[in-house]
Design a protein around this ligand. Structure first.
Ligand code: ADP
Length: 168
């Protein structure tokens, strides 16, 4: 399994699945969630309504509709509340549950945004380490997933992910 970082807009990627850093309602929001819904078109919101929300750290899948990606995997990451509310374990749950869902749906390529590090304020350095650790520990269990792309929307985020990839 290959893991790489990319600076760019996740909605443009032609991979089997892109992950959405959603909220628990799954009914859309700002940041990457808003961008994904805008690019996928209104059918995505209709599909999300049928899912009746999602708990933090869990994941649910829909088609990608107008997106170049076949699927969208929606996961609400944890809101950072200082670190003693199980935030780190919940962020790892998000990455792991998305990868398991991707693997079950025959996805070879999966792209992640930097879950929880925007409006949810998870510290970037910690989040990058958790992302890389969780993806690496999934490697031995992956039967279909061959490539994971960590998509950063700004260069600072990309630097933290690159550093985590070298050190973790
Ligand atoms: P959260 O609520 O989980 O913190 P946000 O959407 O606020 O989610 O931010 C998560 C990350 O996604 C941030 O680093 C933000 O800059 C990034 N982001 C925003 N739009 C896009 C996009 N179109 N493609 C990739 N990443 C994006």
């Amino acid at each position: 399994m290959k893991i790489r970082t990319l600076l760019g807009d996740i909605t443009k990627l032609e991979c089997d699945a892109i992950v959405n850093a959603a909220n628990t309602s799954l009914l859309g929001g700002g940041g990457v969630d808003g961008a994904i819904h805008k690019a996928a078109g209104p059918e995505l919101l209709e599909a999300c309504k049928e899912l009746h929300g999602c708990d933090t750290g869990q994941a649910k899948i829909t088609w990608g509709y107008q997106l170049p990606a076949k699927y969208v995997i929606h996961t609400p990451g944890p809101i950072w509340r200082g670190g003693d509310q199980g935030e780190e374990a919940l962020l790892a749950d998000s990455y792991r549950n998305c990868l398991e869902l991707a693997d079950c749906h025959d996805c070879q390529t999966v792209a992640f945004p930097s879950i929880s590090t925007g409006v949810y304020r998870f510290p970037l350095e910690k989040a990058a380490k958790i992302a890389v650790e969780t993806i690496k520990s999934f490697e031995s269990r992956a039967s279909v997933v061959q490539e994971v792309i960590l998509v950063a929307f700004d260069s600072r985020t990309k630097e933290y992910y690159d550093r985590a990839l070298e050190t973790v």
